[in-house]
Write a protein that binds this ligand. Sequence first.
Ligand code: ZN
Ligand code: ZN
Length: 304
Amino acid sequence: MQRLVINAAIAAGLDVIGDRWSLLILRDVFLGRRTFNTLQQHTGAGRATLTRRLNQLIANDVLYRRAYSTNRFEYQFTNKGLALFDTSLLAWQWETEWAKDAAEPTLPPALQHTPCAKPLNPVAICRHCLAAIRHTDITWRHATSALDAQFTAIKSANRQRRIKVNKLAGRDSALAHIADLIGDRWTLLILIASLFGIRQHDDYVRQLGIATNILAERLKMLTENNVLVKQPYQSHPLRYLYQLTDKGLSLLPFLMAVRQWAADWSAPGSASELTHTPCGHQLVVDVVCSGCRQKPRQANIRFG
Ligand SMILES: [Zn+2]
Ligand SMILES: [Zn+2]
């Protein structure tokens, strides 16, 4: 069996926004919190962390710093940053639905789409046939040697960036933030492999080249957080099948939106290997309001 290829654009996009602080900063800037002090107050990040993350977002051309009076600065989105609004909406939607108790008290409880006067329910659709994206409708090609090199790069980047999984294990299952699940590369790779049909321990090992102790730790965390559910399929020796729950499956629109953003803005050519099976076109993802099928824009959203 060939190894599963993890789309390089997902990895590129998550390099920029795939950690908790960056997602919180994006949310707050979209909510109009634009100065360092306001951002610090609302994200709860320490000065050093906030400075580092803001600098990374500036280096990646997501934000820029604007002087609004002498020695007073605010952070504004570039066009590339504004294009993350869709993705942010999907992240908020996921947290509102699945991490209710973890939602920040400052997160708006409901978003209204003013053009249709309905609560905003963002959906990820195929640009060609307009159907909502489902994991069973996406075809992933298998590895070529060139893509294997990208896969190796993703794995080595993971050594520098990982969350403390122990901190998550055993925690209340409502408390896993979206960034906890996607900010750790191994967890992300397991989720993507699961979305594309991997169910068994030995297949994760084979497909991802993951060490069994790391795999065991991540599978435990994902089952404790109700992202995966495990069922025995064999008793001698005892073996389990791992299936995504509805909570796990509902991460797909967000991941596909991250991939599309990176493909559009950062990593041209890295996103060509997915096909939307029902219409046969190369997958291009748009995010629209479920009520009126228009693309949500920041100016057309009312909070609360
Ligand atoms: Zn389609
Ligand atoms: Zn609408």
